[in-house]
Design a protein around this ligand. Structure first.
Ligand SMILES: Cc1cc2nc3c(=O)[nH]c(=O)nc-3n(C[C@H](O)[C@H](O)[C@H](O)COP(=O)(O)O)c2cc1C
Length: 205
């Protein structure tokens, strides 16, 4: 069962430490059995104890971007912006569509980027990861997503996690199997949490 925004992605039962940091997870795929959504679930297992990972699943409801609608954006857009604003950091897992990021994800980022000067992604720590059945592991899509996020003004981590041949990377419980991938994902989450802590300290100084 998918979690909705404000519900933490289910983590392992042993995680009892109080959460002081919220990481908003956005899956670029709308597909029910998305590998990228499984990757975000793996992230919830591997996140530092102080980080609460929250899955935002409003992507399907975000309308096509239209400058004419900017004065009165749809509720899904308002909800997206609020979810990003309330998060300390953002983790995006994206598939690759035709050598780029999926249109629905780009569309949501375009909405989030407005108004440009005060957009909710500005200076927000963001990491991008991805999975695909091909050998590339959605590497190009991740690179393009990072380019878009940098243009928006996000604090984009210079990291990548390319899960290639995704169909053989998750076990029958949907758990990310390979030790190397789990270790890399854990490191990315630690870096993201550290960046969020740094930016909180800088804001408080
Ligand atoms: C329109 C479309 C274009 C795609 N283009 C690529 C591509 O360029 N590179 C790639 O590795 N996979 C491509 N794929 C395959 C996706 O990576 C695959 O469907 C993947 O499982 C989608 O991610 P998900 O499992 O999170 O839904 C494409 C799939 C679709 C539907």
């Amino acid at each position: 069962m998918m979690s909705h925004y404000r519900q933490a992605i289910a983590g392992p039962p042993s995680r009892t430490a109080p959460s002081s940091m919220r990481v908003l997870c956005i899956c670029g795929s709308l597909r029910r059995d998305s590998y990228n959504r499984r990757l975000l679930r793996a992230a919830s297992e591997l996140a530092p104890p102080a980080a609460e990972l929250v899955l935002w699943d409003g992507l399907r409801a975000v309308p096509p971007f239209d400058e004419d609608d900017e004065r009165a954006p749809a509720p899904a857009v308002v909800a997206l912006r609020a979810a990003i604003e309330q998060a300390d950091a953002v983790l995006i897992a994206t598939p690759q569509y035709n050598a780029s990021l999926p249109g629905q994800l780009k569309n949501a980022l375009d909405w989030a980027s407005r108004p440009f000067e005060s957009n909710v992604l500005r200076s927000k720590p963001v990491a991008v990861i991805g999975a695909s059945p091909s050998r590339s592991g959605a590497a190009r899509s991740q690179a393009e997503a990072r380019t878009v996020l940098a243009a928006i003004g996000a604090d984009v981590l210079d990291v990548q996690l390319a899960i290639a041949r995704a169909f053989e990377q998750f076990d029958t419980d949907g758990r990310l199997a390979a030790h190397a991938h789990r270790r890399n994902l854990k490191q990315i989450l630690e870096q993201l949490a550290a960046r969020a802590r740094d930016s909180e300290r800088a804001a408080a100084a």
